[in-house]
Design a binder for this molecule. Structure first.
Ligand code: DX5
Ligand code: ZN
Length: 214
C-alpha cells in the first residue's frame, strides 16, 4: 500500500493545527514534519515546542524528518515530543547504527536518510536496523524544488537489496513529488511519498492525495 505523508513546510503556519486536521480528512496517512537547524541545512524551520503542541491536537502518525547536526543529541526528546517515525541523516551522524537502535528502544520507528549525492550503498550496513529509509529526491533545505530523476535509481538499489535480504522496508521519497512523477517513484520501489507543495498548495487536496497514490 502506498502511503502519503504531506509536509507541513508548505502549509499555512498561522493555522498549523487546522491544516494538519484538513489533510487527515483528505486521506493522508501521516504528516511529515521537517526540522531544520540552520547548520546541517542553511534554513531554519521549527523544533520541539511546535511538535509537542501539535501532538496535543492531532492523533496522526508524526513522520519527523530531522535535518540537524548530531541528531543523537535530540532523538529521545523528539520521540517524547510526539514523533512516531524519526528520520535522521546519515551525513550528520557518527554512529548511525547505534542511533537507529536507540530510536527503536525509545519507542519510535527508525529511519535513516541520504542526500542526493550520497550513494545507496551507504545505508546497506544498517538496513536491518531500519523501519524506513528516506531517499531525498532534492537537496534538503527547502520545499518547492524539482525532483532530481537520478535519485530514483537509488530507490531501486535499496529496494532490491532489501528484497535480497528478505526485509520489509518502507522506502520514502521526499522533495518535488507530484502526481506526474509519483508513478516513477513507486515503480522504482518507493511506498511512502512525501509531498509538500503538491498537496498543501493544491486547490483540491483530497484529489491531489488520491492522484499521488496512483
Ligand atoms: C525538503 C524537505 C521536504 C519538503 C518537501 O528539505 O525535507 O520535506 O518540505 O516539499 P515539496 O514537496 O514541496 O518539495
Ligand atoms: Zn522532509
Amino acid at each position: 500500500m502506498i502511503k502519503i505523508s504531506p509536509s507541513v513546510l508548505a502549509c499555512d503556519f498561522t493555522k498549523l493545527g487546522e491544516e494538519v486536521s484538513d489533510i487527515q480528512k483528505c486521506g493522508a496517512d501521516m504528516v511529515h514534519l521537517d526540522v531544520m537547524d540552520g547548520m546541517f541545512v542553511t534554513n531554519i524551520s521549527f523544533g520541539l515546542p511546535v511538535i509537542e503542541a501539535l501532538r496535543k491536537k492531532s492523533d496522526m502518525v508524526f513522520d519527523v524528518h530531522l535535518m540537524i547536526e548530531s541528531p543523537s543529541r535530540y532523538a529521545k526528546r523528539f520521540i517524547e515530543a510526539g514523533a512516531d517515525i524519526l528520520t535522521f541523516h546519515i551525513e550528520a551522524e557518527k554512529n548511525p547504527g547505534e542511533l537507529l537502535d536507540n530510536i527503536r528502544a525509545f519507542g519510535a520507528k527508525s529511519s535513516i536518510s541520504i542526500k542526493p549525492n550520497t550513494p545507496a550503498e551507504a545505508v546497506f550496513p544498517y538496513l536491518e536496523k531500519c523501519d524506513m529509509v528516506l531517499v531525498m529526491t532534492v537537496e534538503p533545505g527547502y520545499g518547492g524544488q524539482a525532483l532530481i530523476p537520478e535519485t530514483l535509481t537509488k530507490v531501486r538499489e535499496i529496494r532490491d537489496e532489501a528484497a535480497r535480504r528478505g526485509l520489509e522496508l518502507d522506502i520514502q521519497v521526499d522533495g518535488g513529488i507530484t502526481p506526474a512523477n509519483a508513478k516513477d517513484a513507486i515503480s522504482a520501489g518507493a511506498n511512502v511519498l512525501v509531498a509538500g507543495s503538491s498537496v498543501f498548495k493544491a486547490e483540491d487536496r483530497k484529489l491531489a492525495i488520491d492522484l499521488l497514490r496512483g
